[in-house]
Design a protein around this ligand. Structure first.
Ligand SMILES: Nc1ncnc2c1ncn2[C@@H]1O[C@H](COP(=O)(O)OP(=O)(O)OP(=O)(O)O)[C@@H](O)[C@H]1O
Length: 250
């Protein structure tokens, strides 16, 4: 077993003049539940997009369970399930058509795909959507079908960008349970979130990113050091300067 399910080394991404990710190193232990936090624009989505092979870094390497995402993409992506934000997929298909398509693209057995797709749609509360095209799904439904696509091939590593955003509380609790069981069974999860309570409840490890750099990283307890995660976050990324009183015209 590889010690680290995901290793990011020296990742850099620039857009025009802007350095979105300025040299990120992250080691995600196998079997961990790893939360990536950071303020808006910190570089979380850019980092996770590079981690799953959707965005080519300007510098640095990514290894999924020891396999380089850019030089050995087929092996790496077989081991990986990704939920990008926003969900980008073949959305002029119904949920079951999309899962069938994704499963066959992944070379899975058609009967296995059918059985798993039916179960995923049922468990995630999407079975009632029937023939509705994914393009016409609500934001929360799109998130859930994206998660179903990421889970379908039972990968060893899940990389989820904002999996709880836009989902209702019942679905959120369900997704937490699914992920909790997945990690208990030996899987590894990396997720980004703005919801401290979710990260505190689920994650064994945390990294806080700001300005395209890792500002702090460690186990949840190492990062918190007896404080709340929100206090640590505000301390690490800087408190707010505006009070809201500026908008006197409102
Ligand atoms: N395709 C792009 N072209 C130009 N700039 C980009 C692009 N993608 C991201 N950026 C910039 O890179 C920086 C990091 O963006 P990113 O989406 O990675 O942040 P984030 O931490 O995921 O933010 P949020 O919490 O708001 O989702 C931002 O300044 C953003 O404007």
């Amino acid at each position: 077993m590889t010690d680290n399910a995901l290793v990011l080394r020296g990742l850099v991404k620039r857009f025009d003049g802007l350095t979105a990710v300025g040299g990120v190193d992250l080691y995600v232990p196998t079997g961990s539940f790893f939360g990536l936090l950071g303020p808006n624009g910190a570089g979380k989505t850019t980092t996770l997009s590079m981690a799953v092979g959707l965005l080519r870094p300007d510098a640095g390497t990514v290894a999924v369970l020891g396999h380089d995402v850019w030089s050995d993409p087929v092996t790496a992506k077989r081991l990986l399930g990704a939920l990008p934000d926003p969900v980008r997929t073949f959305d002029r298909l119904s949920g079951s058509e999309l899962l069938a398509y994704i499963g066959l693209l992944r070379g899975m057995d058609a009967a296995v795909v059918d059985a798993r797709a039916a179960e995923l749609l049922d468990v995630l509360g999407l079975a009632d959507a029937g023939r509705t095209l994914v393009v016409d799904y609500s934001a929360g439904m799109k998130k859930k079908i994206g998660l179903a696509c990421a889970l379908l091939h039972a990968p060893r590593l899940l990389v989820l960008d904002e999996p709880f955003e836009a989902v209702d509380p019942v679905s959120g609790a369900l997704i937490r349970d699914i992920l909790h069981r997945y990690v208990a069974g030996g899987g590894t999860v990396v997720l980004s979130s703005h919801v401290m309570e979710v990260v505190e409840r689920l994650c064994s490890h945390v990294a806080i990113l700001a300005g395209g750099q890792v500002r702090t990283v460690g186990t949840l307890d190492e990062v918190r050091q007896g404080r709340s995660l929100e206090d640590v976050f505000v301390h690490v990324v800087g408190g707010r300067v505006a009070t809201g009183a500026e908008l006197s015209w409102l």
